[in-house]
Write a new protein. Structure first.
Lengths: 173, 684
């Protein structure tokens, strides 16, 4: 368990008014970003205990210092082809809150983390409507950084409504 | 104000329920014999409910309790004898009060007419004896003139401590309360007031002197000060002189700058005896929210896991040898001992005596006996046996059901008992004790016992058994726990409430426990409930299934065996059965059910773990068994959601997560999905 807590390394870059910090990561050549306040830690890949009768995108659970945390394969959740885990493969552990304010800790497997960007709220544009808008509700918007597009994800929406399907009223402990 | 108080409401409600419980059990004890201390306890409980509800502005409760309190007061000072009617009336009042308090949570007020009815009944009871009572009261009270209400004028000196405000008390409210009692004249003594610059606005510098005129008892005055009693020096003196007396001529000369600590404390004497016992009880325990305790238990659970990880690392280090290895080993052994002890003691904190669950039975049995015309002596033993709070909460309803059953079906009427040559008074015993890491609760009666013939008939009728089966007496008795079974000849008021013995069994199984019944016709029956002491820890059997480690609850395992080809049977193509002691049980291939394709598929290579759940046996096919160990249960729901067939997870000594299998859930899952992939694998 070599957890390298590399979070907020660029913390000295004080965000200005109307600016949020985003942690960006790579997934099949695409670049995604999530609000850094949602990130609890980043840890190296470790063996996962599989769970029965769950979707393929849910790999299983790990022991995070005594807490049982589910791990999501983001590639398969987004319908991207899965690859072998490489040396840069990491688990980003995020805190996602649902509407009732219940916080859940969830880990997501990404190809690699890249960096932390300050993004002005005014620089974020809404994602264009392609096909069924309900299909990708977790995309909060798009931003451009050094000529590259970053897809900003809404972590709460992604984890609670998208991946864990907790709103289907099964269990809302 | 009500907004500020709302956060204390939960505490208030909890205290009310505790108080009501105390009152109820106290009243039931009064039946047996009058004990002054008992009456005092009841009185105190009633008094604090009254005080609390008045503070929250629940007038219907405080008003009602006040009448009860008056009646209790008469019992207390001996001016009224304790008789059955009074106790019945008070018990009924406690019930109503409980309803009222329960109603507070969801803003419901119970039927006003019922409150009024009982209140009148209480008032009538007070009136009926009143002439004699009054006489007696005055006679008895005459040595202590302060107690009587003859004095029409009181002088009160109230010197609060500096932190009165910080304790959340407002002197104005107290004075207002006094003003309600009678004609009040107040003189404020501001002699201790410092210069404005030095003044701390949260400190109380003022003292008051008040003259109160009217037909008032000292008790009533003290009541107004009940919240600040310990935070002030309070002097209450009767003034026998004319109402016009000025404060200056009062027995205590007003000394404007007198130290608040110096006035005599002797005044507190009348209540001192009861007060002392109360405070000593309060200081011996603290109220902590269960979440905090659970957090600590979780942390200790982590510590245990870390410790077992260290042990493994340490063991391998020692094998490599080294100068310090001996010391390392000693240290690790000590760490292990300490963590175990710490864990055991932590779990102790969540433990409560089983009497919390048993307490309701004296009342229940009394009421039911009255209703059914039976005479039953309830004996409780082992009430101090401790069990986890969660287990305790969930065992209450099944116990009530079993006790009702015993009273309804088991114990006979006095006439029938006499005819059967038994003592007229029946005996119902509830006992609890610890047995090898479990708590065992026995409910035994000396009633008629189970009628095996009737049970067999019913079971045949309902198709639970076939008429060819030869069943032992025990098995017949335990048929009553099968779903769809009712032993009641006729549905009475007490039985047939829609909760069968199968529900009792299921509830107990949900807690990881077992239940069985032993009966002797004509001599009575005993129900034995075996429960784990805690829900935080589970005795688990580690098993490898499809290459991964899972945990099976040890309590559901009947036995584990090597599969023998000659006992294997097939039914209707897919289903595989195993002949286990004259019984055909389904084989559940766990690797397929859990979607785990690894491991062995050849039945003869693996093991069959025979489990029992919901009255049926099933064989779980696993690769192999590992050791047995106690595991700390972690909920999957904290960060994920509940899964069919999995009751939770735990962390093994090597830091990996292992899932704890839920046997009834697995069987249910198996019924829905079957062994489909397995059949294919075998066919190929």
């Amino acid at each position: 368990m070599n957890s390298n807590t590399a979070q907020k390394t660029d913390a000295d870059m004080q965000p200005e008014q109307g600016t949020d910090q985003y942690l960006t990561f790579c997934l099949a050549g695409e670049e995604y970003g999530i609000n850094i306040l949602k990130v609890q830690e980043i840890r190296g890949w470790s063996e996962v205990t599989p769970m029965p009768n769950t979707p393929d995108s849910i790999l299983g659970v790990i022991n995070l210092r005594g807490t049982v945390v589910p791990i999501i394969e983001l590639r398969s959740h987004f319908g991207l082809p899965t690859t072998r885990r490489g040396p840069t493969t990491v688990i980003i552990v995020v805190k996602a809150g649902d509407n009732d304010g219940v916080q859940r800790t969830v880990g997501m497997v990404v190809d690699a983390v890249s960096e932390v960007h300050n993004i002005m709220n005014t620089d974020i544009q809404p994602a264009p409507q392609i096909g069924d808008a309900a299909e990708r509700p977790a995309v909060a918007g798009l931003a451009t950084m050094q000529e590259r597009m970053i897809i900003l994800l809404d972590v709460d929406e992604l984890m609670i409504n998208g991946v864990l399907n907790l709103t289907s009223g099964k269990t809302a402990a | 104000m009500s907004m500020d108080l709302s956060e204390f409401l939960d505490v208030f409600l909890e205290e009310c329920f505790e108080g009501l419980e105390v009152m109820e059990s106290g009243l039931l004890n009064l039946d047996a014999g009058t004990d002054l201390e008992e009456i005092n306890t009841i009185f105190r409980a009633a008094h604090s409910i009254k005080g609390g509800s008045a503070a929250f502005g629940f007038e219907h409760i405080s008003g009602f309790t006040h009448v009860m309190e008056t009646l209790l007061d008469e019992l207390r000072n001996g001016s009224r004898q304790v008789d059955r009617e009074t106790v019945d009336l008070l018990l009924a009042s406690v019930d109503l009060l409980k309803e009222m308090v329960e109603g507070l949570a969801d803003d419901q007020v119970p039927d006003e007419s019922r409150i009024a009815e009982l209140k009148t009944a209480l008032e009538n009871a007070l009136k009926t004896d009143s002439p004699t009572t009054r006489d007696k009261a005055t006679q008895e009270a005459s040595p202590t003139p302060e107690q009587t209400s003859e004095i029409s004028c009181w002088k009160i000196r109230f010197a609060p401590c500096a932190d009165l405000y910080r304790e959340g008390n407002d002197p104005l409210r107290i004075l207002e309360a006094l003003a309600e009692l009678g004609e009040l004249t107040v003189v404020t003594d501001s002699g201790k007031l410092p210069p404005l610059d030095d003044m701390d606005p949260t400190t109380c510098y003022l003292q008051w002197e008040a003259t109160l005129k009217g037909d008032i008892t000292e008790e009533q005055i003290r009541e107004a000060f009940i919240w600040v009693e310990n935070n002030c020096s309070l002097e209450i003196h009767p003034m026998e002189t004319k109402p016009d007396t000025t404060p200056a001529s009062a027995p205590v000369a007003s000394v404007p700058s007198s130290e608040p600590a110096s006035p005599p404390i002797v005044e507190k004497k009348p209540v001192a005896a009861t007060k002392e016992t109360k405070t000593s009880r309060e200081s011996s325990s603290i109220r902590v929210s269960i979440e905090k305790v659970d957090l600590l238990i979780n942390l200790v659970g982590e510590l245990v896991i870390t410790q077992s990880m260290l042990n493994q690392v340490g063991a391998s280090l020692v094998q490599q040898g080294g100068p310090e290895s001996e010391a390392l080993l000693t240290g690790l052994a000590q760490l292990e001992r300490n963590t175990r002890e710490l864990q055991e003691n932590m779990l102790q904190i969540r433990m409560l005596p089983i009497s919390v669950a048993f307490n309701r039975f004296p009342r229940l049995v009394r009421d039911l006996c009255n209703k059914m015309g039976k005479d039953v002596d309830l004996v409780l033993t082992g009430e101090q046996t401790e069990v986890d709070k969660t287990v305790l909460e969930k065992i209450g309803d099944p116990l009530v059901h079993l006790v009702r059953n015993s009273l309804d079906h088991g114990l006979e009427t006095p006439e029938a008992r006499k005819a059967a040559g038994k003592p007229e008074q029946g005996r119902l015993e509830l006992s609890a004790q610890h047995e090898s890491g479990n708590i065992v609760i026995r409910i035994s009666d000396d009633g008629a016992g189970l009628n095996r013939k009737k049970i067999l008939e019913k079971a045949l009728e309902n198709g639970l058994i076939s008429d060819k089966e030869e069943l032992s007496g025990e098995r017949i008795d335990n048929l009553i726990f099968q779903p769809g079974f009712s032993t009641a000849d006729k549905v009475s008021d007490l039985s047939g409430r829609g909760v069968g013995m199968d529900v009792v069994k299921r509830n107990i199984n949900d807690l990881g426990g077992t239940v069985s019944i032993h009966s002797h016709e004509g001599q009575g029956s005993t129900v034995v409930i075996r429960l784990p002491l805690t829900l935080a820890i589970l005795d688990g059997q580690l098993a490898t299934i499809g290459g991964d480690t899972y945990i099976l609850p040890l309590i559901s395992i009947v036995e584990s065996l090597q599969i023998r080809q000659e006992n294997l049977q097939r039914m209707a193509g897919a289903a595989e059965l195993y002949r286990f002691r004259d019984e055909y049980i389904p084989i559940i291939r766990l690797n397929n059910l859990l979607g785990n394709s690894g491991g062995t598929h050849d039945l003869e290579q693996g093991l069959l773990v025979v489990v029992e759940a919901e009255g049926q046996h099933a064989g779980l096919f696993v690769d192999r068994l590992q050791g047995q160990q106690q595991v700390v249960i972690k909920s999957l729901e904290t960060n994920f959601q509940q899964l069919d067939g999995v009751s939770g997870a735990t962390i093994l000594g090597d830091g990996r997560v292992a899932l704890i299998l839920d046997i009834p859930g697995l069987i249910h899952l198996f019924h829905m999905k079957g062994n489909q992939p397995a059949a294919l694998a075998v066919a190929s």
